[in-house]
Write a protein that binds this ligand. Sequence first.
Ligand SMILES: [Fe+2]
Length: 511
Amino acid sequence: MSAILKATTPSAPEKILPCPAPCSNENNPELLATQDSSSYRSLYEPLVNGIPTEPQRSAAADFLRDSLRDTPVGADDLPSSGADLMAWMEASMQAVHGKYQHYLQTRQSGAPRQYFANRSHALYFLRQVAPTKLVDGSWLYGLCAYADNPRLSDLVVTYLEELGNGDADKNHVTLYRGLLARYGLDPIDDLPDAHYEQGLIQLALGWNAQEFLPEIVGFNLAYEQLPLHLLISAYELNELGIDPYYFTLHVTVDNTDTGHARRACQAAIDAAPRMDDGGEYWRRLRAGAKLGDLGVGTLDVIRGFNIDHEVVRIFSHKAPAGHGAHSDFCKVAGRKVNDWLADPKNVPAFLAALEHGGWIKKNQPAAESRFWNLLQGDRAEMFGVFSPYELQVIHDWIRGDASGDGASFETTTQAQSTGAVAQVPRRPLSFRVAERLRLAKGATSSTNTLSPASNEHQWLDTDLSLLREQLPTLGPAEQRDLLVRAMSPALHWTPAGLMATKAFIDRTYAV
Ligand SMILES: [Fe+2]
């Protein structure tokens, strides 16, 4: 008998499919050694990279209990009963729309961007929030096993929509992974541990649905309402020429008419007990709603950007690879570059020496810095050393205040190669305008080009092979169990997960 036949719910700890490790350190003893076993990330990783074991799920549940205990009672704007939920949702939406209109008016009258000082600031934001975005929707995962209960159907449908109903170009995690790859924001292996807290909360809820149903309903209720920061982020990303689709998609799917925001209210009403519980359900729902406020929030991340610190971080992270890679002739301020890079602590002094030695000319066009020309341009000796994101940060750091125009480092590179540095446009095109121009020239859409092909016959994938092999050998209950496992946070965005999502929808909602 295979392991599959023993498993009946997603809470069972066995591993059926070999799971991919999108940002796992499982095979990296050095990174593992640096991870505190009580860190958020050490709890997060097993929940996102596979089917967690019983002790791992139980540790996540303990973490949730602690988080709920630490969450202050009251101090939310939720109504005191489900009867007022729809009115509450409408009022919240009106308030957000009003603030957004005010934002637009100030921008149209010449106010600067409110969130992102330059392009690297926006990309920094996308990278820092990745641990949360890469588990988007996961708080609802545990309800898939109970999809037959009509009182949970709004929540299950919401989860399926987070998964794009099995379409790669609508799966929220696939879209975010595409965004990271497209702008060179990988790897994300050195983010502060605090950035994993919110993602851990979401995963912990998803893997412990039986114990935390009211909290899941409450979390979903608060999290699916349209926040102002989503609207402003999307607006400013587009303005900086960065694909805002992941964010605009959430503006549309969270809408209060038919979207996730209304569905979340309906789900809270549907799941409420008909029998008297003395107000316990509503109390727990409100506590769950507050879990979305824990961890490092969107505005905290945006305010936390300091380009000097980010440049130092980038060089410090690169130092171990660069140490020993330079010849003895490479010297800055009379000291060998290999020596400078021997200890990441030298990085601030090294950068200062580069500046004093004229290698870097701050507050000038990047192409006027000899150091920049080593990184980019024809026959650049250090081409490929820095990722596209890192190059953008260095580019904006060198340019100083002028980087507020949002220019991409690629524009500078193109201008260098054509000798047209003086003609670099002062203001880059917004993403949407650039996309329209590209399409008018006959190009295909660049949005979501990194998503897996929509034709599953083109997929070559180990989990997909296993799924196809195992599914026909099982009875109906075990088949559904396997599909639910393949729709877990570790797998739903992969070819196997996308196929499983479609098969699950066919079986669950077939008429
Ligand atoms: Fe989402």
